[in-house]
Design a protein around this ligand. Structure first.
Ligand code: NDP
Length: 452
């Protein structure tokens, strides 16, 4: 039998790669992982974690504003110290990089620093040194996509947003997806004058239409200048910052222009061709239901194989691979009822189907929705409102869509996602006692369906 250096060689030290490496090693496999940059991947270094920290920072601006209504007198107007926030964030991210390193070390995973390239179905080369493994796992993630428009060299992507210098007084955001909406909200909260351009009539394609409209309205009320049906056609350096020309000719000046126009899989320079690994029509690594690529000994999980670009999905996919190779055995992964949050201000939390998608899949649905001013804002003086919606399959009474725009929506929806995966019906929601007074209780007290 052929002797390999390792049972599993993982390329990429992000969420999916590190999880797979650790769990395989803990199951007794001899594992190595190659990473060319800091451990933790997009999520830890330039994604979920620093974004959430900056979202908290933006939240204080709202809290200071609201405090007066609750009897707090601030001695003077609070000042925001951007360099301090950046330093604090960098320190926390370094700590997390270290933790990822320790997790691998403590699980006896061999960490190889450097750029890895596939040589064949069982061999990886890093800085001239070859390693063999019975199984290979590609978990190299994704990278921002920027359309080819004149002046492209003047823009930044989400990767650069955390360390901007100086703080942008005027920020122009192009895109209407997760990243565009989150950064528009966050920098608005931190004090930038934010304009957001999106090419469609509504933000957040794929989300429930009511959620999309409600969010745009709330972001507008909070101060973001959301311009829909709008496209940037060129960017040029002006006397004072950058000048972005829109397709209709109008011009907008900004200190920073962020393009958040989607992400593409990191497949370049990995030797995929040499090893015979095929890509799909979207340029992602093509995998079967068990994350096996066109080469039977090579697997791929996470953003490089682009099913759903979410950290917890990459973690779950990694576990499917580890179980199949070294553990409980072969199983598939269920992509239905994956909850997700968008950390805009206010947050979006959602699980299951939008109303349109539910009608297409289930036929007749009953819709319940509610919009209100939360108790917190009766005294805060803020006009922010909360929106909640349930979509129920008429035949089975199962709740198949649950949507919220409001404070801590991500926290609220996580628990409901468990009930929805368990097949909870509207009757079960109705029979559940609410926690009073919370916004979340509204999900178990909505009784009147929307007409139609
Ligand atoms: P998205 O796919 O969410 O959004 C991309 C946006 O860019 C869309 O609004 C799209 O418009 C627009 N767009 C695409 N191409 C162009 C173009 N050529 N010109 C103008 N606009 C364009 O991608 P993101 O980059 O925001 O995020 C990538 C993924 O990362 C997300 O889908 C999500 O899975 C994940 N993510 C998750 C987060 C979370 O869990 N909170 C946070 C951030 C990211 P259109 O709608 O017309 O296609």
């Amino acid at each position: 039998m052929q002797r390999f250096d390792f049972d599993l060689f993982v390329i990429g030290g992000g969420s999916g790669g590190v999880r797979a490496a650790r769990m395989a090693a803990q199951a007794g496999a001899r594992v190595a992982l190659a990473e060319a940059a800091e451990l933790g991947g997009t999520c830890v270094n330039v994604g979920c974690i620093p974004k959430k920290l900056y979202s908290y920072a933006a939240g204080y601006a709202e809290a200071f504003e609201e405090a007066e209504g609750y009897g707090w007198k601030l001695p003077e107007a609070p000042q925001f110290d951007w360099p301090h926030l950046k330093t604090q964030r960098a320190r926390e991210i370094s700590r997390l990089n270290g933790i990822y390193g320790s997790l691998l070390k403590n699980s006896d995973v061999t960490l190889v620093t450097g750029w890895a390239q596939l040589v064949d179905a069982h061999t990886v080369e890093i800085e001239g040194r070859r390693h063999t493994a019975r199984h290979l796992l590609v978990a190299t993630g994704g990278t921002p996509f920027v359309p080819d428009i004149p002046g492209r060299e003047h823009i930044v992507t989400s990767d650069a947003m955390f360390d901007l210098d100086p703080f942008p007084k005027r920020l122009l955001v192009v895109g209407g997806g997760y990243i565009a909406c989150e950064f528009a909200s966050i920098f608005n909260g931190l004090g930038s004058k934010v304009t957001q351009l999106h090419r469609r009539a509504h933000l957040l394609t794929g989300f429930d239409d009511d959620v999309r409209q409600f969010l745009a309205n709330e972001m507008g009320k909070a101060g973001v200048d959301v311009r829909l049906n709008c496209e940037a056609s060129s960017i040029a350096r002006g006397p004072d910052g950058f000048v972005v020309t829109l397709a209709r000719g109008q011009q907008i000046e900004a200190d920073t222009v962020l393009f958040a126009t989607g992400r593409v899989p990191n497949t370049q320079g990995l030797g995929l061709d040499a090893a015979g690994v095929k890509l799909d029509a979207n340029g992602a690594i093509a995998v079967d239901a068990h994350y096996r690529t066109s080469v039977p000994s090579i697997y791929a999980v996470g953003d490089v194989s682009t099913r759903v670009q979410l950290t917890p999905v990459a973690l779950a996919e990694a576990m499917v691979v580890v179980d199949a190779l070294f553990g409980k055995g072969k199983r598939g992964m269920d992509y239905e009822f994956i909850p997700t949050a968008v950390f805009t201000h206010p947050n979006i939390g959602t699980c299951g189907y939008s109303e349109i998608d539910a009608r297409a899949k289930f036929g007749e649905v009953t819709v319940f929705s509610s919009e209100f001013k939360s108790l917190r804002h009766t005294l805060s003086g803020r006009s922010e409102r909360t929106f909640m919606k349930l979509v129920v399959d008429k035949k089975s009474d199962r709740v198949v869509g649950l949507h919220m725009v409001g404070a801590d929506a991500g926290e609220v929806v996580q628990g409901f996602a468990v009930a929805m995966r368990a097949g909870a019906t509207k009757a079960l929601f109705d029979g559940t006692i609410g926690i009073h007074p919370t916004a979340a209780e509204e999900f178990v007290t909505m009784r009147e369906p929307m007409p139609g």
